[in-house]
Design a protein around this ligand. Structure first.
Ligand code: F6P
Length: 329
């Protein structure tokens, strides 16, 4: 890219996550510092098609660092996945005089970014999703806050499960990935955690673990199910059939996506927002701002979309080792 960047658009797309606002703020404030104008595109890629925008100055992003959700709204746009949709979006970019786009979101957002970059619009992606399922980055904005939200809810559930000596089956989000479930499961000391990355052996992974916990003296049990691994309602029914106890089922749902971002998400989002604009200013684009071992690294979008990240099974071993006490013999 040899052209000097004068004006950029920033958007949030896909499922929202805590810390998206912190990233938007960092993009806007960094742009201003570098003498670049910033336009907020509302409702994700669809907003670019619909010419749905708002000019953003430093004041417009005041007091948003601590706010959950996204002040730019978000959407999942099917139209943007078509050539016609992207041509309309390109016309909006021309009309607004945008030299580049910063797109904050997950895999779907980056697939859109890649297609748009191939039409000639420079794009930089910032990974934000509570699922932490983006292959090219160790961390995605919102994951830590979502874990803490789920933990807070499950701690509360445990109080009442303990009083009534019950079994709780809790379904957490994560789409097709088990990161959220595994981290949360370890942090709440779950009896069992079911993740899509590990083939389920119901007898071994659930029934035996509850039995062993019972033999060890536990009178309440916590089973965490990743939504990608199955339905908590179904798992609850199967537990009832196999052991005779009547579990209480809780689907945490969208509550996990809300709330004020915690320190990790504010700090990561702010650094990523800064590095996204810095890359554009220095003439680099069509990349995703990623983290590797705590450092910020630029990864080309095309390469990034092909990268896979696997659930660290050593964490599963940890969970299995400490999730229940060893049965007394
Ligand atoms: O990708 C984030 C996420 O919250 C997933 O964990 C979940 O499967 C999905 O979005 C839910 O999407 P929607 O908000 O469209 O119901």
């Amino acid at each position: 890219m040899d052209k000097k960047i004068k004006r950029i658009g920033v958007l949030t797309s896909g499922g929202d996550s805590p810390g998206m606002n912190a990233a938007v703020r960092a993009v806007v404030r960094t742009a201003i510092t570098f003498g670049i104008q910033c336009v907020g595109i509302r409702r994700g890629w669809q907003g670019l098609i619909n010419s749905d925008f708002v000019t953003l100055d430093g004041a417009a992003v005041g007091h948003v660092l601590d706010r959950g959700g996204t002040i730019l709204y978000t959407a999942r746009s099917e139209e943007f996945m078509t050539d016609k949709g992207r041509e309309k979006a390109m016309a909006t970019c021309k009309m607004l005089g945008l030299d580049a786009i910063v797109a904050i979101g997950g895999d779907g957002t980056f697939r859109g970014a890649l297609a748009f970059s191939r039409m000639g619009m420079p794009v930089v992606g910032i990974p934000a999703t509570i699922d932490n399922d983006i292959g090219c980055t160790n961390y995605t904005i919102g994951f830590d806050t979502a874990c803490n939200t789920a933990i807070e809810c499950i701690d509360k559930l445990r109080d009442t499960m303990q009083s009534h000596e019950r079994c709780s089956v809790v379904e957490v989000m994560g789409r097709n990935a088990g990161f959220l479930a595994l981290y949360v499961g370890i942090a709440v000391g779950a009896t069992a955690v079911l993740v899509p990355e590990r083939e389920l052996d119901f007898e071994r992974d659930v029934v035996e673990r509850i039995r062993n916990a019972r033999l060890a003296g536990n009178t309440h049990f916590m089973v965490v199910v990743a939504e990608g691994a199955g339905s908590a309602v179904e798992i609850g029914k199967q537990i009832h059939e196999a052991i005779g106890i009547e579990p209480r089922v809780t689907v945490l749902g969208h509550i996990q996506r809300g709330g004020s971002p915690n320190a990790r998400d504010r700090e990561t989002a702010t650094r990523m927002g800064y590095f996204a604009v810095k890359a554009l200013k220095e003439g680099r684009s069509n990349l995703v701002i990623t983290t590797r071992d705590g450092a910020i690294v630029e990864t080309p979008i095309e390469e990034g979309l092909q990268m896979k990240k696997s659930l660290q099974m050593d964490r599963y071993e940890v969970l299995e080792a400490v999730g229940i006490s060893v049965p007394r013999v």
